[in-house]
Design a protein around this ligand. Structure first.
Ligand SMILES: NC(=O)c1ccc[n+]([C@@H]2O[C@H](COP(=O)([O-])OP(=O)(O)OC[C@H]3O[C@@H](n4cnc5c(N)ncnc54)[C@H](O)[C@@H]3O)[C@@H](O)[C@H]2O)c1
Length: 330
């Protein structure tokens, strides 16, 4: 991986969504590799303190939907763009479908237009495991298609992928699409719309029961954020990845009940779990990434064990507990 990461030295790299859970970690790694990082975020759902305070990370507070602001950012001539700004996630999009379409749909389109106009070398787009909601068995039967998307967020993440495909095929833009499976790790501030691990750790540290939506047998592929960052770094540089979608997942399934138990034991939370009804859009009972393509194409692609990633995440929570308590939005 050394040759990949050293390729960033001296490069001007734009990260949209830089204050977010994944973007903040990506900015830190890029800066460590010697990139000049343009860190753009409107702070609509994140906090300034989450952006690494490093000399080669230039924080720019701005909205990707504001054409003047976005144009100014591109005048800084980014060579590589990681477009991580997004309206997150399913439940939020159910409650705010128009905002979801604007940020994930129009926002992505505007970023793509400027990437093409300014001759950006590479765009990395974070798609979602929702891309696999369809039945992929052959032969295709009418009742199996089209892909069964169950929330506006899933629709707009796949819309973004389709716009990326169009800009690649029609304009020749070099695009790589990361299909990210349930990210977790340091940098994710808990909240009503955030991922289950961040919220479980927060509640466990407060001594509250962990709410399981459904039976607890549902599985997800939880992927440590620094593994995702390593995959994204490769996507920004490696030539064989251009034009591809690549899963960034651990390749392991974990049931939600098992996850809750691990977190309660690690933290010493005696309040256990409680059960609440499954959310109506949440129809996927199991998720697991194939890691074959990532392992073939990305040298030394890490696959951090859940226990190890959770320990790091809990450590981050303890270190930033006062700020997290102040900023957790439920
Ligand atoms: N976290 C996951 O499990 C996961 C899985 C699949 C895909 N993704 C995608 O990866 C990307 C990053 O995910 P994340 O977990 O870091 O999300 P996040 O919500 O933590 O970060 C997104 C950031 O975008 C910013 N933002 C929102 N609207 C903006 C706008 N109009 N202009 C500028 N900034 C804006 C927010 O303030 C936030 O800091 C998102 O696009 C998300 O859809 C994430």
């Amino acid at each position: 991986m050394e040759s990949v990461t050293s390729a960033y030295a001296g490069k001007v790299v734009l990260v949209t969504g830089a204050a977010g859970a994944i973007g903040s970690n990506l900015c830190r790694r890029l800066a460590q590799e010697g990139a000049h990082v343009l860190a753009l975020d409107d702070l609509s759902t994140s906090k300034r303190w989450n952006v690494p305070n490093l000399t080669n990370v230039l924080f720019l507070e701005g909205d990707i939907l504001d054409e003047t602001q976005l144009n100014q950012v591109f005048l800084e001539r980014p060579e590589i763009v990681f477009h991580l700004a997004g309206f997150f996630a399913n439940q939020n999009s159910i409650e705010h479908p128009e905002k979801d379409l604007m940020v994930n749909g129009m926002g992505t389109l505007r970023v793509l237009i400027l990437c093409e106009r300014f001759g950006v070398e590479r765009l990395v787009y974070p798609s979602s495991s929702a891309a696999y909601n369809g039945n992929l068995l052959l032969p295709y039967r009418e009742q199996d298609g089209p892909i069964a998307l169950t929330s506006p967020y899933q629709i707009t993440k796949i819309l973004g992928e389709q716009y990326c495909n169009f800009f690649a095929s029609y304009h020749g833009l070099k695009v790589v699409k990361a299909r990210i499976f349930n990210s977790y790790g340091p940098g994710e501030i808990p909240g009503k719309y955030r991922n289950v691990i961040s919220n479980f750790i927060f509640l466990a540290l407060k001594g509250a029961p962990l709410p399981i939506t459904g039976t607890g047998d549902e599985t997800r592929d939880f992927t440590y954020v620094l593994d995702i960052v390593q995959g994204l770094l490769a996507m920004g540089i490696l030539e064989p990845l251009v034009g591809l979608s690549v899963n960034l997942g651990s390749g392991r399934e974990t049931a939600i009940r098992a996850l809750a138990e691990i977190i309660n034991v690690e933290i010493g939370n005696k309040a256990g779990v409680c059960y609440v009804p499954r959310r109506r859009w949440d129809s996927q009972l199991r998720r697991q990434a194939s890691t074959t393509r990532a392992e073939e194409l990305i040298p030394s692609m890490p696959r951090t064990l859940l226990q190890d990633g959770l320990a790091e995440t809990i450590g981050w929570f303890r270190e930033h507990w006062d700020q997290i308590q102040a900023d957790a939005s439920f």
